[in-house]
Design a protein around this ligand. Structure first.
Ligand code: SF4
Ligand code: MG
Length: 306
């Protein structure tokens, strides 16, 4: 993704939902996208999937998959090369069809397997997600929430995609089930070399299940790096606040957790210069005037060096 900007135009003016976002996803990696709600994480995923609803539109920049631009014809890419997993598994499953019928349909639509071969592959996918192949004949409502999300993972893998975009895939599940589902996602994707963009507001999830992480704020990518570096030595003041305010993330924090003062601005009221400047403990005059670009993986006037 290169310099991608998305705008929504309404009678009240133009909202910039994504502002010059650039990032690269390597084959087989788990990239986390973290930030508060409205920061642009889902918008980034939706832009890749070609799912930005009007009046929103991509106004500049490009998205390429293996060198080929996918902005113009996302339909060709969605489903066969890029699959998605959403928070609510029921939004991905047809309540009126058995799991088997849905898996086989996806396999036949996006891979060369037909008939018996597709059926065998469906059974194999069920085994991979730890669900008995007998349950191919069951309907979505006959599964628990966690099992349903496992089935959605199987469905996302059925088209043998290069990329899976998982938007808050476990937010609706309780913590132990969440861990099982994310472990499974990692396991299944590693086995197939599938890349994952894991969108979450939960820094704990990032710490456990991602290789690299991009931090978003007010429609901008403000820091990106290996998960290890971001958690151990965050450079952007917002990322530092995010880490310091996450339980168990920083061993030095005793019982009182840090809280970043104030709130992320709505897209209707993004301050001039650095969007974080009203909340930043080290802001200088320049920060209120000039937008910091991502340089050396950090978008901060004072932290981009080195
Ligand atoms: Fe703070 Fe300025 Fe850096 Fe923004 S650019 S994070 S306001 S120091
Ligand atoms: Mg979201």
């Amino acid at each position: 993704m290169e310099d991608l900007s998305v705008e929504f135009t309404s009678r009240r003016g133009v909202l910039r939902a994504l502002d010059n976002v650039s990032l690269t996803l390597e084959a087989g990696e788990f990239l986390g996208m973290v930030g508060e709600s409205g920061a642009g994480k889902s918008m980034t995923g939706n832009a890749i999937l070609g799912l930005i609803d009007p009046p929103g539109k991509i106004v500049s920049g490009d998205i390429r998959l293996q060198g080929e631009s996918i902005v113009k014809n996302p339909e060709r890419i969605r489903g066969s090369h890029i699959s998605m997993i959403f928070q609510d598994p029921l939004s991905s499953l047809n309540p009126l069809k058995t799991i088997g019928a849905q898996l086989i349909e996806t396999i036949e639509l996006h891979t060369p397997r037909r008939g018996t071969a597709a059926r065998e592959r469906a059974a194999e996918l069920m085994t991979q997600i730890g669900v008995d192949a007998d349950r191919l004949s069951a309907y979505p409502h006959q599964f628990s929430g966690g099992m349903r999300q496992r089935v959605v993972i199987a469905l996302a893998m059925a088209s043998e995609p290069e990329i899976i975009i998982a938007d808050e895939p476990t937010t609706a599940l309780d913590v132990s089930v969440q861990a099982q589902v994310l472990d499974l996602l990692r396991e299944v994707c590693s086995a197939h070399g599938t890349s994952v963009i894991l969108i979450t507001h939960d820094m704990g999830v990032i710490g456990h299940w991602t290789d690299r992480v991009g931090v978003m704020y007010a429609g901008r990518l403000i820091e990106i790096g290996t998960t290890n570096d971001i958690i151990r030595s965050p450079r952007h003041p917002y990322t530092q606040g995010l880490i310091a305010s996450t339980p168990t993330m920083d061993a030095n924090v005793d019982t009182t957790l840090y809280q970043i003062p104030g709130n992320m601005p709505p897209l209707t009221a993004i301050p001039d210069g650095c969007a974080f400047n009203p909340r930043c403990p080290i802001a200088e005059d320049k920060c209120r005037e000039v937008i910091p670009h991502l340089i050396n993986d950090v978008a901060c006037h004072l932290r981009s060096e080195t």
